[in-house]
Design a protein around this ligand. Structure first.
Ligand code: HEM
Length: 373
């Protein structure tokens, strides 16, 4: 479903969303307006996800109009990442003291009904017309698969899978982009180097495309260094030992819950030199990828339960960041110096910033040479 050929076929859908992001930043730049970078990344990720999954736009920048899918997705993420007393004291489950189960049932019910509408609409349109042109999105692939193997993958499963992908892919992508941009704005030399690479490889006036990403090693290093420093899923997803297991002389008893602390791995001085400094160049000197085989850097996890959205995420994150820095310089708010910007982390389901990143974009469209920091 998220194979390279299918993602290649749907890249045009994502490119349109990046153009909208670029237009929005231009507008903010002309109006000398701050951009809430996490929110702009969230809207873009949500629209890229909804375009890739079912070819629609569901959110707008700077708009309070009804954006049901956006609001419901936010509500689900909030419920999922709120600390629940029931996890510590399971006897409280029937009481549900914080009403988390209640809220989560209501949000999930709402999103299922939106997704069911999308699925039924698609089935209706494709059945109604003989010259129906197939879409390149994931919904089409899932419907095809379900029709060819109804007993293995009934139609009812589609909405569950779409929900997992949608919720799993939106906030993680937005949070990652917000951290990358924070690190870039805090280190003007890094921003300059990343932008110069973009201008050399892509050109000043061309759009950045997915096919350019593999030719942008410095941008990729900046993203890897951000994953090391502020991994979006600091404890991955909990595992449970099904049987008594011995690893490196340690006994893990059956039924233990295991958390893998990738945040600590990223700051371990026996693995990384100067682990507390942000230094993307370290990844130019070391061949490390994030595909789950180099255990010192596993922001998408590893093994059977590794993030299934990894192929899409490794397209979305560099593209959104590249769109933000290709033709814009960024300055922190209220005359703050870049190095004074806050980088405190808030632990939760995803490792968020305590202080959301807001910054001024300055369009570089009219200038002919890169700005010195
Ligand atoms: C920068 C973006 C992303 C990051 C950092 C990220 C990170 C992760 C991590 C750490 C896990 C747990 C893996 C483990 O415990 O081994 C995970 C699981 C998951 N991710 Fe992602 N992810 C991202 C984007 C996406 C996207 C774009 C999608 C959907 C297209 C997605 C869908 C999922 C799903 C459904 C799971 C649960 C898998 C399971 O339980 O087996 N993620 N992700």
């Amino acid at each position: 479903m998220l194979s390279v050929p299918r993602l290649e076929a749907s890249q045009g859908l994502r490119q349109e969303k990046l153009q909208k992001l670029c237009d929005y930043i231009h507008e903010c730049s002309s109006n000398h307006q701050l951009v809430d970078v996490g929110e702009a990344a969230f809207v873009t990720a949500l629209n890229i996800m909804s375009a890739t999954l079912f070819s629609i736009d569901c959110a707008q920048f700077n708009s309070d109009s009804t954006q049901e899918l956006k609001e419901t997705t936010r509500a689900i993420i909030k419920v999922m990442t709120t600390f629940n007393l029931v996890d510590l004291f399971p006897t409280l489950k029937p009481i549900d003291p914080q009403r988390i189960m209640h809220k989560s049932r209501s949000c999930v019910g709402q999103i299922y009904s939106i997704l069911e509408d999308r699925i039924n609409q698609r089935l209706k349109i494709s059945a109604a017309s003989t010259d129906y042109v197939q879409k390149n999105d994931l919904l089409e692939a899932l419907l095809d698969y379900s029709q060819s193997k109804p007993s293995e993958f009934p139609k009812e499963h589609i909405k569950h899978l779409l929900l997992d992908l949608f919720v799993g892919g939106t906030d993680t992508t937005a949070v990652t982009v917000e951290w990358v941009m924070t690190n870039i704005i805090r280190c003007p030399q890094v921003m300059l180097k990343a932008r110069n690479e973009l201008w050399d490889v892509v050109g000043r006036n061309n759009e950045v495309k997915e096919s350019d990403i593999s030719r942008l090693p410095y941008l990729q290093s900046v993203i890897k260094e951000t994953f090391r420093f502020h991994p979006t899923g600091p404890l991955l997803i909990p595992r449970k030992a099904e049987v008594d297991t011995e690893i490196n002389g340690y006994i893990i008893p059956k039924n233990s819950q295991i958390l893998v602390n990738i945040w600590a791995i990223g700051r371990d001085s026996s693995i990384w030199s100067n682990p507390d400094s942000f230094d993307p160049d370290r990844f130019l000197r070391r061949e490390i990828d994030v595909k789950g085989q180099h255990f010192e850097l596993i922001p998408f996890g590893s093994g059977k339960r590794m993030c299934p959205g990894y192929p899409l995420a490794t397209r979305m994150v560099p593209l959104i960041v590249a769109t933000m820095i290709h033709n814009f310089e960024w300055k922190p708010e209220k005359g703050m110096k870049p190095e004074e910007m806050d980088i405190s982390e808030k632990f939760g389901g995803a490792l968020k910033k305590v202080v959301p990143l807001k910054a001024f974009p300055i369009s570089l469209k009219v200038q002919s040479t890169p700005i010195e920091p």
